[in-house]
Write a protein that binds this ligand. Structure first.
Ligand code: NAD
Length: 365
């Protein structure tokens, strides 16, 4: 048994986990639903191998809880959920397709209680298949995969402006410098928004070609990833990998604000205190990076109007502004204010029950 497994399971405060063994592939299916007071559980489906099935179960439970805070943090009518397909190893294309189909059939049996989208190891094509079978795939627009990156970038941009306003009393980006780490689906469009707003850009990515492409489009200077910690900037925007805020990097940071899209930016929650002690304003990652989830969650609920979708994503800035103010009043990291706010939102919620959706109406996280 995985070390700490029983301790974790005993302390998990979630509602339920649906478990199935997929005999043809030897995979375990775990669908964890953490808190559905706001609406049906929604979160990605992860398909990967683990040392033991118990590790996959713990991953599903842990990630489902994270989704509870994410949805509540941005006021969306979904509950925390996550699915893990813990596969024993490499599978043929046929085996994998069979597993996806049988997993989709499980979702049908849950009658809309779990809605899902792409995560590690699953693809937009998987979601099209899952959506067509179950009607439970988020991340699709009229049955086709959508791209959350630009919405996520818009949410980060809105959150960054809220942070600048809080810290400097002005959200104008033209006198500000921003270091973007990672120029992928989020970092690249974010660079575009920042360039348009007149910010000075510093661009870091492990792929040199992508840095050159961003420079050609948006200007800015290239920075080596190893050197970027010592760069003096107003904002550090981590948009690549997790755990970049840790006891080694935080003392080196020379920025006023951390505002980026990467998931799990803090190595541990203690790193939020380290940032606070250094006077660096931290925009909690799961709130500032929720733009794609907000947009596709709303699309899933039937919204198609681009202006209204963008306005909904823009509200991430308003939520963060309120969190920063609450945190400043209590002289604490915004991480705590974000969690309290989510709790308040959950406690006020009247329970909402899922309704099964028609496959054709499936929208898209
Ligand atoms: P991506 O894979 O499209 O891009 C990541 C970029 O980071 C790539 O260009 C890669 O070369 C670069 N990179 C990898 N390691 C690096 C490092 N150590 N230093 C600098 N650059 C590095 O990913 P994405 O979709 O843009 O997502 C970026 C981050 O935001 C991820 O942590 C992701 O989980 C998170 N996120 C993304 C979305 C979304 O809508 N795509 C939503 C929420 C959160």
């Amino acid at each position: 048994m995985a070390p700490g497994f029983l301790d974790f399971v005993r302390t998990w405060e979630g509602e339920s986990v649906v478990t199935a063994y997929d005999r043809p592939t030897g995979a375990w299916i775990f669908i964890a639903m953490h808190d559905t007071r706001l609406g049906p559980a929604a979160g990605g489906t992860r398909l990967t191998s683990y040392a033991t099935p118990a590790d996959g179960l713990v991953d599903a439970m842990r990630l489902a809880e994270g989704m509870t805070w994410k949805w509540a943090g941005v006021g969306m009518p979904f509950g925390g959920g996550k699915a893990v397909l813990a596969v024993p190893g490499e599978m043929s294309a046929g085996e994998r397709a069979g597993l996806i189909d049988r997993y989709a059939a499980r979702l049908v049996s849950l009658r809309g209680a779990f809605q899902t989208g792409v995560d590690l190891g699953t693809t937009p094509d998987d979601m099209v298949r899952i959506g067509s079978i179950s009607g439970c795939a988020v991340g699709l627009v009229d049955g086709k995969p959508g791209d959350p990156g630009p919405y996520t970038a818009q949410g980060v941009f809105a959150g960054m402006r809220a942070a600048l306003e809080h810290r400097f009393g002005d959200s104008d980006l033209s006198p500000r410098s921003v270091l973007i780490q990672g120029l992928g689906d989020v970092g690249f469009p974010l660079a575009g928004l920042l360039a348009e707003a007149g910010a000075t850009l510093h661009l870091a990515d492990v792929r040199e070609a992508v840095v050159r492409r961003a420079q050609e489009r948006f200007g800015g200077s290239a920075v080596r990833v190893d050197d970027m910690w010592d760069l003096s900037v107003d904002v550090y925007a981590p948009c690549a990998v997790g755990a970049t805020l840790n006891p080694d990097t935080i003392p080196r940071l020379r920025c006023a604000i951390v505002a980026g899209s990467a998931n799990n930016q803090l190595l541990t929650e203690a790193d939020a205190e380290r940032l606070h002690a250094r006077g660096i304003l931290y925009a909690p990652d799961y709130v500032i990076n929720a733009g794609g989830a907000v947009a596709f969650g709303n699309i899933h609920l039937g919204e198609r109007d681009q202006a209204r979708l963008r306005a909904r994503v823009e509200r991430i800035g308003t939520s963060l502004r309120e969190m920063f103010e609450e945190a400043a009043a209590a002289d604490e990291s915004p991480l705590h204010a974000a969690r309290r706010r989510a709790h308040r939102f959950l406690d006020r919620a009247a329970p909402v029950r899922a309704k099964p959706r028609a496959a054709a109406a499936s929208g898209g996280t």
